[in-house]
Design a protein around this ligand. Structure first.
Ligand code: AP5
Length: 191
């Protein structure tokens, strides 16, 4: 089993690169953002509550997302590995994930951090807001999402660095070139 965390700020390309990684390496994709958006669209009680946080660019409470991850892991005992996209986003989430995976004897193998400067993140997300109308892609909400990232999510990189699992990849350039750099890191870790 191979478990990968794809880490980075909003707009760094986690979702885009996950699609390529899934098809090349056969990992099962778990995106907490996608799961939450599906809950919002279905107007479930969880979705109605989560929408309030998401629309402001705030994080959804840890216990909610940790519960979602636990169910996803249990639902896929056949998976040959998982790619975690947008999770963990706090140190508490990272510690909870370690506990869940420890229980299954399959720890996180590698954390790839996509490095993209803030100016480029804002440009990409504002453009996506125009193209797709994703409700949290307005300049005001994007600014808060990035602020939340610095305050609550960036420490997760230090957590994995201390555990010797963090590597960085330049996230600016063509999607294909970035994927090649990611693939090289995965191949190296698998070898
Ligand atoms: P989530 O859906 O996880 O959003 P995010 O982390 O803000 O990430 P994005 O999806 O915006 O960016 P991405 O890095 O995936 O980049 P993408 O590939 O899409 O979370 C949304 C909300 O849900 C949060 O704010 C929070 O409220 C809640 N939430 C989710 N998970 C949570 C958790 N664990 N705990 C608590 N709350 C949680 O690319 C972005 C754009 O750039 C696209 O248009 C793409 O086409 C373009 N692009 C990609 N690569 C390139 C490139 N190389 N060059 C040019 N453009 C590119």
């Amino acid at each position: 089993m191979f478990n990968l965390v794809l880490f980075g700020p909003p707009g760094s390309g986690k979702g885009t690169q996950s699609e390529n990684i899934i098809s090349q390496f056969g990992l099962l994709h778990i995106s907490t953002g996608d799961i939450l958006r599906a809950e919002v669209a279905a107007e479930t009680p969880l979705g109605v509550e989560a929408k309030k946080n998401m629309d402001n660019g705030e994080l959804v409470p840890d216990e909610v997302v940790i519960g979602m991850i636990s169910s996803k892991l249990d639902a896929h005992p056949e998976a040959k590995g998982f790619i975690f996209d947008g999770f963990p986003r706090t140190v508490a989430q990272a510690e909870a994930l370690d506990k869940l995976l420890e229980f299954k004897n399959n720890p996180i193998n590698l954390v790839i951090s996509l490095e993209v400067k803030e100016e480029e993140l804002i440009k990409r997300l504002v453009q996506r807001g125009i193209d797709s109308g994703r409700s949290d892609d307005t300049e005001e909400v994007i600014t808060n999402r990035i602020k939340q990232y610095h305050e609550k999510t960036a420490p997760v990189a230090d957590f994995y660095k201390e555990h010797g699992k963090l590597v960085s990849v330049e996230g600016i350039g063509s999607i294909g070139d970035i994927f090649e750099a990611i693939s090289a890191k995965i191949e190296h870790s698998l070898a």
